[in-house]
Write a protein that binds this ligand. Structure first.
Ligand code: SF4
Length: 145
């Protein structure tokens, strides 16, 4: 992870919005690599808020759900609970290979094999794991859609 790249990547690309997009991050059972890369965006090395985003601790304050991990069977109910707690206009983004289709943790006795087992995955960020810079850039691209 190059902790110096994120700031440069958002210069001149700040979305014009009345308020930042609230991100709620949910880890559902992977190696936690993707989760840690997202968490690092909260540090001073990356300009997450200047790019128009803020991490929130309550799903009720979230616009986007960033889901990492292969969705273990015990986490499936939690995914549903968090999603229902989010306000209308919410969006779901799978971050990392596990979150899309299980990646190295395919469906089995312990995992469902990613979000695709629960719902069509329309928005995702590829990688294993994607770097914080990759994630920030992808979030900015998704915000333009
Ligand atoms: S996609 Fe890779 S880095 Fe991310 S949680 Fe899965 S195994 Fe870990």
């Amino acid at each position: 992870m190059d902790a110096t790249r994120g700031r440069a990547s958002v210069e001149g690309e700040v979305p014009r919005r009345e308020r930042p997009i609230g991100l709620y991050v949910l880890e559902t059972g992977g190696c936690e690599g993707c989760f840690m890369e997202i968490e690092s965006l909260n540090g001073s090395a990356f300009a997450l808020e200047q790019a128009g985003f803020v991490c929130v601790s309550d799903p009720a304050d979230a616009d986007w759900l960033l889901l990492t991990g292969a969705v273990t069977r015990v986490c499936a109910e939690m995914v549903d609970r968090v999603w229902r707690a989010m306000p209308p206009g919410r969006s779901l983004i799978a971050v990392g290979a596990c979150a899309v289709d299980g990646g190295p943790f395919p469906a089995g006795y312990a995992t469902l094999g990613g979000l695709q087992a629960l719902t069509p995955v329309r928005r995702s960020i590829a990688g294993c794991p994607p770097s914080p810079d990759d994630i920030l850039r992808a979030l900015q691209e998704l915000a333009q859609v």
